[in-house]
Design a binder for this molecule. Sequence first.
Ligand code: MTE
Ligand code: MO
Length: 188
Amino acid sequence: MGEEKQRTPPNQRVTSKFPVLHVGPISKFDPKTWDFVVEGLVENPVKLTYEKFLKLPKTVSVSDFHCVTGWSKLDNRWEGVAFKTISDLAKPLKEAKYVTVVAEGDYTTSLPLEDLLNNDVLLAYRLDAKPLEPEHGGPLRLIVPKKYVYKSAKWVRKLRFTKEQELGYWEKRGYSNTADPWKEERYT
Ligand SMILES: Nc1nc2c(c(=O)[nH]1)N[C@H]1C(S)=C(S)[C@@H](COP(=O)(O)O)O[C@H]1N2
Ligand SMILES: [Mo]
């Protein structure tokens, strides 16, 4: 066994395709009515139009994508807004320890605030130099590279800062709440 870390987490296969996987319909996007909301335990609740969201400082993050069903897609170049930028705007209160991510169609997931403040976490609207396709979560999806992708919600509309962790869609159905692919945390 070498010191070097394997490129993919245990029991993941690399795919060159990009599977599309979600529950429910692909969300319809209307830039005139779309908004992005930050609520809950924050000093400064946020509500942004699509136009305003695009004016936030931009970041780029290249990362791998690991689905809990066993496929991984490597070297995805995501562009969007760092989670940290949004958090700095909203100013979490001291009691805020978790964030529930709410997507269209009531898909939710949640993460410790600390994990989301990692500098590879972003709300992405472009992938590999193109606008993010609706089937992959356009106009806006969360990207959390260090977790299985069910934590990377597509069609994100809202972040809710909370004191206790609220269980997300898959987490309620037996998938791991910590979801670390390197530790193979697939199920609870
Ligand atoms: N809103 C929403 N986001 C979601 C899901 C979903 O069902 N709804 N599924 C998750 C799962 S399990 C996976 S594997 C990825 C798939 O992303 P992709 O379709 O871009 O490959 O989206 C994640 N984000
Ligand atoms: Mo997945």
